[in-house]
Design a protein around this ligand. Structure first.
Ligand SMILES: Cc1cc2nc3c(=O)[nH]c(=O)nc-3n(C[C@H](O)[C@H](O)[C@H](O)COP(=O)(O)O)c2cc1C
Length: 345
């Protein structure tokens, strides 16, 4: 079984046919996956290697501590991914901007977005309107990160091109919907790009999400223990050593329910059985105390799929093989649906 980089493996159901830009985006990928943006984890190396491997690479702009650093990161990413004569095309990159009012850097970060033109901007934790104005100004794609149908509806009304439906099982500030229920509900709202995330960490899961109507899968936890991630080695090793039972969803650390690794809670002095009341919500990264994200580590329910600290390219190779195998399995099941899938491939 061979997986060619340039040939898309995406099983399109035709939903994006009326959106050539979005269809071109999904069709350009080796596996329909976004290495999702992760606070203190995703930096330029992870983004560049993800895009070189054929999936979308994304990072939160607040990971760069200053606007000057963000400028340097974006310069580095655009230079590394610039099309070279005769060279292999790379997948598009994405910047994730926190649009909540407590993010004091929002306007400065959007200025840099306008200058460096990431092909995709993902908005999180606030309304996407301002980002839509800026990003549509240069022809980019705006995706809003949403955890409820109400937020999805508002984002569609604000003019986004796509939704990142963060569902139950997700790492970071987690979601609560079943990914399958969420996909079908948002498909009634939009024929735009639908990305789904939450506990999906292998190619079989990607095939399931695509079969359910998603265009792309948002995968965070799977990339924490990569060589290129900014996570400290102890965090990476804890990801490798942990399983589903090692997770606790709690609002106690940031004020919003997030999925935490219990061993890291214990190391930071918390008792996972007796978590304190939740603090104020605040997304100003400069105000975050030392214990948030830095000393208390997050993972989603896909954590058990990670067996080693590896380069991003090796992870994407495995995802591609698993995805192809899952598509073949579906095609081999027989019946009208499977025959249709086989014809499309
Ligand atoms: C450590 C960590 C940090 C995260 N930080 C952010 C962030 O800064 N912005 C954001 O939009 N999502 C963030 N997320 C959520 C991811 O973008 C994505 O929605 C999630 O990881 C998908 O679920 P999965 O981890 O089960 O693959 C974070 C996730 C993790 C695990």
């Amino acid at each position: 079984m061979t997986v060619s980089y340039s040939q898309s493996s995406v099983a399109s159901d035709g939903v994006l046919d009326s959106h050539p830009r979005l269809a071109a985006l999904t069709g350009s990928l080796r596996v329909p996956v976004v290495a999702a943006p992760m606070f203190l984890v995703s930096g330029p190396e992870l983004v560049i290697e993800a895009c070189r491997a054929g999936i979308v690479g994304a990072f939160p702009t607040v990971n760069a501590r200053t606007v000057e650093e963000l400028d340097a990161w974006m310069t580095r990413i655009t230079a590394a991914l610039a099309p070279s004569r005769g060279g292999r095309a790379t997948a598009p990159w994405a910047a994730n901007v926190i649009t909540h009012s407590t993010n004091l850097r929002l306007e400065q970060d959007l200025e840099l977005v306008a200058r460096h033109r990431p092909p995709i901007v993902v908005t999180a934790l606030g309304g996407p309107k301002r980002a839509v104005e800026v990003v549509h100004g240069y022809g980019g794609i705006v995706v809003a990160d949403v955890v409820t149908l109400a937020l999805a509806r508002k984002a569609v009304e604000a003019g986004v091109d796509g939704l990142a439906c963060v569902s139950a099982g997700a790492g970071g500030h987690t979601g609560f919907m079943s990914p399958f229920a969420f996909i079908s509900a948002v498909r009634k709202l939009t024929d735009g790009l639908v990305i789904v995330g939450g506990g999906i960490a292998d190619g079989q899961g990607v095939a399931g999400a695509v079969a359910a109507g998603a265009d792309l899968v948002y995968m965070g936890t799977r990339f924490i223990a990569t060589r290129e991630s900014l996570a400290v080695t102890d965090y990476k090793q804890m990801i490798v050593d942990s399983d589903l039972d090692d997770l606790l969803v709690s609002p106690a650390i940031t004020g919003t329910p997030a999925s935490w690794l219990k061993p890291s809670l214990r190391r930071a002095g918390y008792d996972p059985e007796r978590m304190p009341d939740k603090p104020e919500r605040n997304y100003d990264s400069s105000q975050q105390g030392p214990k948030r994200w830095k000393d208390v580590w997050s993972a989603g329910q896909g954590v058990g799929a990670v067996g080693a600290i590896e380069p991003v390219a090796a992870v994407v190779d495995r995802l591609a093989l698993e995805y192809e195998a899952a598509l073949e399995r579906i095609a081999g099941l027989g019946g009208a649906t499977a025959k249709t899938a086989a014809v499309r491939r």
